[in-house]
Design a protein around this ligand. Structure first.
Ligand code: PGA
Length: 254
């Protein structure tokens, strides 16, 4: 833990689930145990949000995986922050690499969406991360700078932002970053926030790691100084694995 906030674990269910599987997962999550000082978030599809909000234990917070860049209105197919707030949600994941690459979301667009969501009263899990090609060609820090600037240029207050560092080469590949690789980038992001935003923001902002986190590797990653939690994809669909990950920091502290 390098930040002053609670350890933070978010489960990104991505475009997965049926009414039946979601209800089973919620039931299992409701009987999972984790320390009360860990913030645990789950992010189902838009379609499953109302069910999860109504049925999941209040120890969990619920997040959307995306939202529109402006107010509600004539934007066919989009879901605006107002809709999420109306359901009782506080959190939204923005800038996930799958959206950046498949839907061509630019740094500026992700920054605009972040600013809009925050202005409307939401909290944002803002994702950044480099591809393998960018890492191997020495472009990693430039890429991360651009992604961070896209956000920092558009927001003044970081209180409701969690930064998720997700190296694209580690997402869904089973190829997790080593704890040292994660720590190196997390320390870089923390310094970037101190230098480019404010030391106070750097000390308070949770920087979480994502990319093939599972019940086997989470404790070692959580032991790294600047790893303040996780954004979990695949393993968040298994309640038992997710519970182990939610307990990773307690294991470190014990
Ligand atoms: P993964 O996904 O844990 O399945 O690698 C992480 C993410 O994309 O948030």
């Amino acid at each position: 833990m390098g930040s002053s906030g609670n350890f933070f674990v978010a489960g990104n269910w991505k475009s997965n689930g049926t009414k039946e599987s979601v209800s089973k997962l919620v039931k299992e999550l409701n009987s999972s145990k984790f320390p009360s000082d860990v913030d645990v978030i789950v992010a189902p599809t838009f379609v499953h949000l109302p069910y999860v909000v109504d049925n999941i234990d209040s120890r969990y917070q619920v997040s959307a995986q995306n939202c529109w860049v402006g107010k509600a209105g004539a934007y066919t197919g989009e879901v605006a922050p107002e809709h999420l707030l109306d359901l009782g949600l506080q959190w939204v994941i923005l800038g996930h690499s799958e959206r950046r690459s498949l839907l061509k979301e630019s740094n500026e667009f992700v920054g605009d969406k972040t600013a809009n969501a925050l202005a409307q009263g939401m909290k944002v899990i803002a994702c950044i991360g480099e591809t393998l090609e960018q890492r191997e060609s020495g472009q990693m820090y430039n890429v991360l700078d651009g992604q961070l600037s896209g956000i920092a240029d558009r927001i003044a207050d970081w209180e409701n932002v969690v930064v998720a560092y997700e190296p694209v080469w580690a997402i869904g590949t089973g190829k997790v970053a080593t704890p040292d690789q994660a720590q190196e980038v997390h320390a870089y992001i923390r310094k970037w926030l101190a230098d480019k935003v404010l030391p106070k923001v750097s000390g308070a902002t949770r920087i979480i790691y994502g990319g093939s986190v599972n019940d086997k590797n989470s404790a070692e990653l959580a032991g790294k100084e600047d790893v303040d939690g996780f954004l979990v994809g695949g393993a968040s669909l298994q309640a038992a694995s997710f519970a182990t990950i939610c307990n990773a920091n307690a294991k470190v502290a014990a």
